[in-house]
Design a protein around this ligand. Structure first.
Ligand code: PGA
Length: 249
């Protein structure tokens, strides 16, 4: 299997620029790896300090969000060129917290996906069901809809570079991880959908992450699953022990 495991941190609204620089100095030691791709998505204002701190190491810095316009009167937003100018390649899109607290929809996520590829950023598009949806038995239908709308208008060449993060909302920040079988079931269904939309080659190449209470103790079992190509990690990416996830083997 050619897909490289991606261990991606999502710092959310944590760490000041100076705290970020100090933490990354420590993480350079714990997160060294030749085999796993290591990424820390940090608050926008932390990016320059984080990039400077990570320089010369295997740690890449990413963003947690971006806007879908090039520039202009959009107070408070971050443009793709601003991220690119800082050396950013990856950006998280459509995290469930953005959907819940900041009114993001699959339609706005789709606009952002298209803009990212136009500009040369790689999106990590999040999807995930609520506990209620899981109990209603509509998880796969819901995820398929989120992914279908998110990917509308993307070419096969673009789709295969994208990263999808399956994050059941009930598992985020709760300490309640999906079982590796539950996570695999949905990640496999996402890969099957990508195969329907873009064919087998794209489905084989696209990376699908699991997120939701990933830690050093459960990463190995999750990442061993056939359709799980790494993790999007919140709480456990805020400490040097994130290295236990990077070096899960
Ligand atoms: P968590 O967050 O690892 O703290 O559950 C994951 C996420 O929201 O990306």
């Amino acid at each position: 299997m050619a897909r490289k495991i991606l261990a991606a941190g999502n710092w959310k609204m944590n760490k000041t620029p100076s705290e970020a620089a100090a933490l990354i100095e420590e993480m350079k030691k714990t997160c060294a790896s030749d085999t796993v791709e290591v990424l820390l998505c940090v608050p926008a204002i932390d990016i320059p300090a984080a990039v400077a701190a990570a320089a010369g190491s295997n740690i890449q810095i990413g963003a947690e969000n971006v806007y879908f316009e090039d520039k202009g009167a959009f107070t408070g937003e971050i443009a793709p060129d601003m991220l690119l100018d800082c050396g950013i390649k990856y950006v998280i899109l459509g995290h469930s917290e953005r959907r819940e607290y900041f009114a993001e929809t699959s339609e706005t996520v789709n606009k952002k996906m298209i803009k990212c590829f136009e500009k040369g950023l790689i999106p990590i598009m999040c999807c995930g069901e609520s506990l209620e949806q899981r109990e209603q038995g509509i998880t796969i239908d819901w995820i398929r809809q989120q992914v279908k709308v998110g990917f509308l208008g993307l070419t096969a060449e673009q789709a295969k570079q994208a990263v999808i993060a399956y994050e059941p909302i009930w598992a985020i920040g709760t300490g309640k991880t999906a079982t590796s079988d539950q996570a695999e079931e949905v990640c496999k269904a996402i890969r099957e959908l990508i195969c329907e939309l873009y064919g087998a080659e794209v489905a084989e190449e696209i990376r699908i992450l699991y997120g939701g209470s990933v830690n050093g103790g459960n990463a190995a079992e999750l990442f061993a699953k056939e359709d799980i190509d790494g993790g999007l990690v919140g709480g456990a990416s805020l400490k040097p022990s994130f290295g236990e996830i990077v070096n899960y083997k």
